[in-house]
Structures are given as structure tokens and as C-alpha cells.
Design a protein around this ligand. Structure first.
Ligand code: A3P
Length: 321
């Protein structure tokens, strides 16, 4: 018990020493930790992820900046990875479970009392599928250095802001400290948002996907919406899944896409009510699922400001929206 007390005290001291802000995605605050704005409730989880998680070569990670399409990517990847076990689309786990119940975030589950979770993670059936919001530079070495695969989903920063505003202001128990819309936008422009700055997050995975394309597959929400079949086939190929016959593969891919369609998922009983954790209602993961909804939310001066920042931060990288 005294060891645990010492760990808790050390953690407390660490958190106190970090710059602290309010912002979207703060639960209840954001702390500048290892160069990113980490929500209070998962600093310990990130540290335990780095120290105690052992990646296996056949692990698959779904990585994203929050509100970029994680739920969709989790569903698609789960369906692909589990094709051998669940090729019946009538009794698929995605019809009775929310994608967040099927694919978990090590940084969220490896919090204070992590020993049992570490054990249950190591006993998961393989290939194991995880998700993460941790920036590439803060991922455990065992993830970056092993042969495990990462699929990253990126979204235009305008829609991320709107989706974040709509989502995080509906979180339960996190009313403190309240932010106005304008304050949230200013902070977002300065990178102060959970797991931000968003540009560093995107660029970290973007650069890695160029340097090691067999390790990191970089997708954009917009591309995935516009030509889902093409990009799901890229995912299948990247994951090295063997769907042998060409006709069979097209049918499988079509079934996966249908199963994970926004309207279909939003309409499932399992996604209409209930909670993922004490903060989050499942229904809030399915809002509009559109490209460009920001036009209904941002003033001309906000658009100008965010366009400038996006251009400036991503300039020279080859990544654009
Ligand atoms: P909007 O708020 O713009 O509607 P995340 O899953 O990373 O939290 O991102 C949430 C965004 O993805 C929300 O965007 C949500 O509606 C959208 N989304 C959720 N499920 C989806 C699906 N199956 N297909 C497309 N978009 C989806």
C-alpha cells in the first residue's frame, strides 16, 4: 500500500508541475505533458502505456486525433481484422456492441490500478486490435519499434473543431470550467485541445506514414467518405488480410462498408442509448457524419483565422485539406 501511495504522490507532484489549461477535451483540465495537451484523467494511463504495454508484431492500432472519425475507423478495422471469425454479417458483434466497446484505448484503461488490465491485454486473442489518441512521438517504443501496424485517420481541422465543440460540451460531469464558443475556438487555434496541438498530431503520423508506409497507413475522413470502397481495400491490403477470390473480396468489402455506414450505425439500438464511461453517452459519437458542416458554425473571421493557421502549420509537409 505504501508503494502505491508513493506512486500516487509522485504522480500528483508531476501533474502539479505541468502547465495547465482548460479547453475542449479537458477532463477536467489539459496538462502540457511530453509536448502535448493531455487530459488530466489519462496522464497516468499514458505513462503506464509507455512503461507496461508490450506490443506484439501482429497488433493493429487505430490512431486518431479525437473527433476525426475514430468510431468509424474502429468499426471498419474491427470488421476487417475479424473477417475469419465473423464473416456472417447478420450476427456481427458490431450490431450489438458500440465500436468503442470492442476496441479499447490502452491510455484510458491503463490508469492507476493497471496490473489486472495489463494481464488481460496480454491474454487477448490475436490479432489484438487497439486504438489510441496518443501522438506518435509519445507512443511506447514497443509500438513504434515492433512490426505492429497503425492506421491513422485525419480530418480537416474545421470539422474537427465543430465536432469537438458539439461532443465535448455534452460530456457529463465535466461542466467545470465552462468555456464559451469563442474561447474554445481561440484555444483550438493555439493548439490547446485534448491531445493537441492538432497539427503536431497529424504531422507526426503523416511523416511516419511517408517514412514507413508498411507501418503507418494515413487516411483522411474526407477521402474515406468519398470513395469508401477504394480506401477500405487499401486497409485490407495494408493489414495483409487474405481475401483470396476477387469476387468474394468485393462482396466482403461491400458488406463491411454497409455494416459500418453512418446511418446504419447511428440507428442501431446499441448506439442509441447507454454510456461508454461515466462521461460519455454512446449516441454522441454519431452526430451528422458529414464533410463541411463547419460552414454552419464558423464566422468569416474564424474561417480566415483557421485557414491561415492550417496553411502555416502544415506548409511544406505535403499534407493539406
Ligand atoms: P460529426 O460530429 O461531424 O458528425 P470520432 O469517432 O473520432 O469521435 O469522430 C466523430 C465524428 O465521426 C462525428 O462527426 C461522427 O458523426 C462521425 N462518425 C461516427 N460514426 C461514423 C460513421 N460510421 N461514418 C462516418 N462518420 C461517422
Amino acid at each position: 500500500a505504501s508503494d502505491q501511495q508513493e506512486v500516487n504522490e509522485k504522480h500528483h507532484e508531476l501533474v502539479l508541475s505541468l502547465p495547465k489549461e482548460s479547453g475542449l477535451g479537458a477532463v477536467p483540465y489539459l496538462h502540457l505533458f511530453q509536448g502535448f495537451w493531455c487530459p488530466s484523467h489519462c496522464i497516468q494511463g499514458v505513462e503506464n502505456f509507455q512503461k507496461h504495454f508490450h506490443a506484439k508484431d501482429n497488433d493493429v492500432f487505430v490512431a486518431s486525433f479525437p473527433k476525426s472519425g475514430t468510431t468509424w475507423l474502429k468499426a471498419l478495422t474491427f470488421a476487417i481484422v475479424n473477417l475469419p471469425s465473423f464473416s456472417s454479417f447478420e450476427h456481427h458483434p458490431l450490431l450489438t456492441s458500440n465500436p468503442h466497446e470492442l476496441v479499447s484505448y490502452p491510455e484510458f484503461i491503463l490508469s492507476r490500478d493497471f496490473h489486472d488490465q495489463v494481464l488481460s491485454l496480454s491474454n487477448m486473442s490475436e490479432p489484438r486490435l487497439f486504438s489510441t489518441h496518443v501522438p506518435f512521438s509519445s507512443l511506447p517504443e514497443s509500438v513504434t519499434k515492433s512490426n505492429c501496424k497503425i492506421i491513422y485517420i485525419c480530418r480537416n481541422p474545421f470539422d474537427i473543431f465543430v465536432s469537438s465543440w458539439e461532443f465535448f460540451t455534452k460530456l457529463k460531469l465535466v461542466s467545470l470550467p465552462a468555456l464559451t464558443y469563442e474561447e474554445a475556438f481561440e484555444k483550438y487555434c493555439n493548439g490547446i485541445v485534448g491531445f493537441g496541438p492538432w497539427w503536431s498530431h497529424m504531422l507526426g503520423f503523416w511523416k511516419e506514414s511517408i517514412a514507413t508506409p508498411n507501418k503507418v497507413l494515413f487516411l483522411k475522413y474526407e477521402d474515406l467518405k468519398e470513395d469508401t470502397e477504394f480506401h477500405v481495400k487499401r486497409m485490407v491490403e495494408f493489414l495483409g488480410c487474405t481475401i483470396t477470390q476477387r469476387e468474394e473480396s468485393t462482396e466482403m468489402v461491400e458488406n463491411i462498408i454497409k455494416l459500418c455506414r453512418f446511418e446504419k450505425m447511428k440507428d442501431l439500438e446499441v448506439n442509441k442509448s447507454g454510456e461508454i464511461d461515466k462521461f460519455t453517452e454512446k449516441k454522441n459519437f454519431f452526430r451528422k457524419g458529414k464533410i463541411g458542416d463547419w460552414i454552419n458554425y464558423l464566422s468569416p473571421s474564424m474561417i480566415e483565422k483557421l485557414s491561415k493557421i492550417t496553411e502555416e502549420k502544415l506548409s511544406g509537409s505535403g499534407l493539406s485539406f
